[in-house]
Design a protein around this ligand. Structure first.
Ligand SMILES: Nc1nc2c(ncn2[C@@H]2O[C@H](COP(=O)(O)OP(=O)(O)OP(=O)(O)O)[C@@H](O)[C@H]2O)c(=O)[nH]1
Ligand SMILES: [Mg+2]
Length: 474
C-alpha cells in the first residue's frame, strides 16, 4: 500500500490510483477474505460509469434498456418479468467478480458503451421478492455494507406519481453515494411511458417534466420524460414491412387517423365498419389491421402513436421505414435522456470516485479501527489528492445543473456551473453580487450557501479547469 497518491494530472489519475489501492487491499493478510469485494471496488473505480435502471415493476425498465442498447436483448412482457440483474457492458471490459449470484454480465457493444455500463434490474416492488437481487445496489441495511452503492448513477423510472416509497428509496441511494457537498447529483427521475401517462402532446410532456423536476429537486437529481417503447421499436428493427403495411392502411383512411385519437377500441370498430363498406381491395387490409391491433400495441403503445407514425409517411415519401423510425424516435424523447446520461458520463471520474469512496467509508466502519486501517489510509489519500478541490467545485457544478437549487434562476445556475468548471469567463459584477448574497444569506440552506461560496471562490481564484482529455472514468 503506498503512503498516498502521487500528485499528477487530476481526474482519471485519481481513479487509476484508487483502483490500484483497492486491488492492493486484497493482499493485506488480515483482509484476504474480502478479496472479491476488493476486486469489485477496483472494477468500479476503473470501468466506465456504472448506471442502474430501476423503478416499479412494469414501468418499462427493460424496454428502456433495449432502446439504449439498440437491440432487443432484455425480455419485455406485460407482467412481472425481470428476475435478475444484468450488466450490459462493452466486451472490452472484463467481467468483475460476482458479488451476488443473481447478477450476470452480458458483453455487448452499444452507442454509449464507451462511457457507461448499464444494469437492468427487477422492479423494486415485485410480488415474487425478486427485488432482493438488486436491493444491495441501492441500499445498505445497517448502513455499512460496502457492496451497497455499487452503482454510481441511478435512473429511477416513475410510471405515474412519484410515491413516498420511491422518494425514500432515492434519498437512501443519494445518501449512500453522496459527494463532498452531501448531494450526489447522480439520480435521474425518468417519467416513463409518457405516451401512456400523459399522451403525446408537447405541452403535456413539459408539464410532466416540470412536475418531476420539483420531485427531483427534493431528491437532488434531474428529470426527463420518455416514451421508451417508441424508441425501442425505432431502434431494434420494429419498423418492418408488416408494420409499414398497416401504417399504409391507416394512412389511406382519414377516418382511422381520427379514430386513433380515441384509442384502440375505437380504431378497431372503425376499421371493421369501414371493411364492411370499403370498395373492393380495401376490406382485407382493414380487417387485418383490426386483428393486428394487439401486436401493433406492443410496438407503439397507444393508437395515437400509430396515427403519428402513419402521418410521418405523408411527410417523407422517400424511405418510409426511415421516416417512421425518425418520427418514433423523435416522439420518444430518448435523445434527451441520452444527452443527460452523456453529461453525467462526462463527470464519470467524479461520480465514480464519490461512489467508491462512500463504499470504502462503510467498509472502514464495518472492519473496525484496527483491521480498517489500510482502508482509512486510502480515504485519507483521497482527501489529500490534488483532485479534491476540483472535485468539490465540479460537485457544486453538478448540483447547479440538476434540480436541487431550483429557486436560483436557471441562467445564474448555469453560468455559476460553467465558472466552477472553468469553462466560462469571470462572472459579471451583477451575477457575482447575486452569488455573494446567496453565500451570506442565513435564510438559505447549508447546501445552497456552500455552493454559492464555491462559485465565488472559483470565480475569484480564476483558475480555468481544463476538461479531462481522457474523458474521465477510465
Ligand atoms: N405505452 C407504453 N408501453 C410501454 C412503454 N415501455 C414499455 N411498455 C410496456 O410495458 C410493459 C412492461 O415493459 P417492461 O420493459 O418489461 O417493463 P419492466 O419495468 O422491465 O418490467 P419488470 O422487469 O417486470 O419489472 C410491456 O408490455 C411494454 O410493452 C412505453 O414507453 N409506452
Ligand atoms: Mg424488466
Amino acid at each position: 500500500m503506498s503512503a498516498g497518491p502521487a500528485p499528477s494530472r487530476v481526474g482519471s489519475d485519481l481513479l487509476s490510483w484508487l483502483g490500484r489501492e483497492c486491488a492492493a487491499l486484497a493482499s493485506v493478510p488480515d483482509l484476504r477474505t474480502e478479496a472479491d469485494l476488493f476486486a469489485d471496488l477496483q472494477a468500479h473505480a476503473v470501468e466506465p460509469l456504472r448506471v442502474a435502471v430501476t423503478g416499479d415493476v412494469s414501468t418499462g425498465k427493460s424496454t428502456l434498456v433495449n432502446a439504449l442498447l439498440g437491440r432487443s436483448i432484455a425480455l419485455v412482457q406485460r407482467e412481472e418479468t425481470t428476475s435478475e440483474v444484468t450488466w450490459y457492458r462493452s466486451p472490452s471490459w472484463p467481467a468483475p467478480p460476482t458479488l451476488n449470484p443473481r447478477h450476470r454480465c452480458q458483453p455487448i457493444d452499444f452507442p454509449l458503451a464507451d462511457s457507461l455500463v448499464l444494469a437492468d434490474t427487477p422492479g423494486v416492488n415485485t410480488v415474487s421478492g425478486n427485488q432482493a437481487a438488486s436491493e444491495q445496489l441501492f441500499e445498505a441495511s445497517g448502513g455499512i455494507e460496502a457492496s451497497a452503492g455499487a452503482v454510481s448513477v441511478l435512473l429511477y423510472l416513475i410510471g405515474g406519481d412519484v410515491s413516498g416509497a420511491a422518494l425514500r428509496r432515492i434519498r437512501r441511494f443519494a445518501a449512500l453515494t453522496r459527494g463532498p457537498l452531501g448531494e450526489a447529483g447522480n439520480i435521474v427521475l425518468v417519467g416513463a411511458k409518457a405516451d401512456e401517462t400523459v399522451g403525446l402532446e408537447a405541452g403535456a410532456w413539459e408539464a410532466l417534466e416540470k412536475e418531476l423536476a420539483v420531485k427531483a429537486g427534493h431528491a437532488g437529481g434531474r428529470s426527463v420524460a420518455v416514451a421508451q417503447l417508441l424508441a425501442a421499436t425505432a431502434r431494434t428493427g420494429g419498423v418492418d414491412a408488416w408494420m409499414l403495411d398497416h401504417l399504409a392502411t391507416v394512412r389511406r383512411w382519414p377516418e382511422l387517423r381520427s379514430a386513433a385519437d380515441s384509442g384502440w377500441g375505437v380504431l378497431i370498430s372503425t376499421a371493421r365498419d369501414l371493411a364492411d363498406t370499403a370498395p373492393a381491395g380495401g376490406g382485407p387490409a382493414l380487417t387485418a389491421l383490426a386483428e393486428a391491433v394487439p401486436a401493433l400495441g406492443a410496438r407503439v403503445g397507444t393508437a395515437a402513436a400509430l396515427s403519428c407514425a402513419a402521418n410521418a409517411l405523408d411527410r417523407s415519401p422517400g424511405d418510409p421505414s426511415a421516416a417512421v423510425r425518425a418520427e418514433l424516435e423523435r416522439r420518444s424523447g430518448l435523445t434527451a435522456l441520452e444527452a443527460t446520461l452523456s453529461a453525467l458520463a462526462a463527470d464519470a471520474d467524479l461520480l465514480t470516485a464519490q461512489a467508491v469512496a462512500s463504499r470504502l467509508r462503510r467498509l472502514r466502519s464495518s472492519l473496525g479501527s484496527s483491521r480498517g486501517k489500510p482502508v482509512a489510509a486510502i480515504l485519507d489519500g483521497l482527501h489529500r489528492h490534488p483532485a479534491a478541490v476540483e472535485h468539490e467545485w465540479r460537485s457544486a457544478a453538478l448540483i447547479l445543473e440538476g434540480e436541487a437549487l431550483r429557486f436560483v434562476p436557471r441562467e445564474l445556475r448555469l453560468v455559476g456551473a460553467r465558472r466552477l468548471r472553468g469553462d466560462a469567463p469571470p462572472l459579471d459584477p451583477a451575477s457575482l453580487r447575486h452569488w455573494e448574497r446567496y453565500a451570506s444569506s442565513t435564510s438559505r440552506s447549508t447546501l445552497s450557501r456552500r455552493v454559492a461560496e464555491l462559485v465565488v471562490e472559483a470565480d475569484r481564484d480564476n483558475v480555468d479547469i481544463q476538461p479531462d482529455p481522457l474523458g474521465g472514468g477510465s
